[in-house]
Ligand binder design. Structure first.
Ligand SMILES: O=C[C@H](O)[C@H](O)[C@H](O)COP(=O)(O)O
Length: 219
């Protein structure tokens, strides 16, 4: 099965989790499939909160109302993809550069439902370079600190986040303790946040495989 077909299958499966109220919606190609599925059930839920400008635009294009996070209470669910995910539901996210807003919307949601094709399921995180969102003037400082942690930071050239910042993609990190590393990187002055979602892992993983969609939880 092609990767896009797997993404579409998990996006369709996620519709079963959509509550009547307001949904947090992630960013990326898998989230886009989910948005397109949401469009088919418009009217069965109230509105959405978007984790990026791109997602907000796609939702609006489908006629789905997009609300400001500050105007709503806690969300029932947040649905998003990942670049890598482990059986413990720890993730690397931010391949599309939306990590900070994604982390914020996820933090405001009771349940994180991760959608992924089976190429994203890994034993240990870190083959995918870890995105770190950085205030532009702190770029060199943060890069030096990331080298001290054993990584090789590479500036994502020509890319600015929705928040006006830059991304350093950190290669070759040995991510043996994702919870600690997430905290450690976030303590570097100038870092907005990093793409490790370990302190707040996913609750449910809908994994697209050639044998169908598997539902997994932390274990
Ligand atoms: O910033 C982007 C997000 O974290 C995405 O959820 C992640 O990169 C996965 O994207 P895709 O579904 O396109 O593989």
């Amino acid at each position: 099965m092609k990767q896009d077909e797997l993404k579409q299958a998990v996006a369709r499966a996620a519709i079963d989790y959509v509550p009547q109220g307001i949904i947090g919606v992630g960013t990326g190609s898998t989230a886009n499939f989910f948005i397109d599925e949401l469009a088919t059930i418009r009217g069965r839920f109230e509105a959405a909160v978007a984790s990026s400008e791109a997602t907000a635009q796609r939702l609006k294009n489908h006629g789905i109302q997009v609300l400001d996070l500050n105007s709503v209470g806690e969300l029932e669910i947040y649905v998003d993809g990942a670049d890598e995910i482990t059986r413990h539901m720890h993730m690397i996210k931010g391949g599309g550069g939306a990590l900070t807003r994604e982390k914020i919307v996820a933090a405001c949601s009771k349940k994180f439902i991760c959608l992924a094709d089976d190429s994203k399921l890994v034993e240990v995180l870190g083959k995918f370079p870890l995105p770190v969102e950085v205030i532009p003037m702190a770029q060199s400082h943060v890069a030096r600190e990331l080298v001290k942690l054993g990584g090789q930071p590479v500036l994502r050239t020509g890319f600015t986040t929705d928040n006006g910042n830059v991304i350093l993609d950190v290669h070759n990190l040995a991510i043996t303790n994702p919870v600690e590393l997430e905290k450690q990187i976030n303590q570097i002055v100038g870092v907005v946040t990093n793409g490790l979602f370990a302190q707040r892992p996913a609750d449910i993983l809908l994994l697209g495989t050639a044998d169908g969609v598997k539902t997994m939880q932390a274990g």
